[in-house]
Design a binder for this molecule. Structure first.
Ligand code: FES
Length: 130
């Protein structure tokens, strides 16, 4: 990540198209089966808007699990990226708070964990419970 991006808190993770997910009550349905390309292992997308009160980070882990987190660092609310090749998440700000895949803060300025949401697979799609 460049220093320029870190200063501005710009992440590498891209948004998931709003046609590929929907919110109903506290459940987000992600239409995995309709994605033009599967999310690569270790890759992530974020969901924002569409009635969500908080952005959501959706990660496909290297060991092929889908995990979802509130996409907001608990230090000052910057967005979060996966750390390539490591089972960690990292804030995109200069302070680089780091979290494990349970959401627990493990280094940096953040003093609180991020919220991890339950994810289930259903008919090839994902259901995230907020
Ligand atoms: S906002 Fe994440 S470390 Fe400051």
């Amino acid at each position: 990540m460049s220093i320029f991006k870190a200063v501005l808190g710009i992440c590498e993770t891209k948004p998931l198209g709003s046609n590929l997910w929907s919110l109903e009550g506290s459940k987000v349905q992600v239409k995995l089966s309709q994605m033009p390309e599967p999310l690569p292992k270790g890759g992530a997308v974020y969901l924002r808007g569409g009635g969500l009160s908080k952005p959501v980070l959706l990660l496909r882990t290297e060991d092929d699990r889908y995990l979802a987190f509130e996409d907001r660092c608990t230090h000052f609310g910057r967005k979060i990226d996966p750390v390539p090749g490591e089972a960690k998440l990292r804030c995109c700000s200069l302070f680089h708070s780091t979290y494990d895949l349970e959401g627990k803060n493990i280094s940096g300025a953040a003093k609180m964990p991020i919220t991890r949401y339950a994810v289930e697979q259903s008919d090839g799609d994902l259901i995230i419970t907020l």
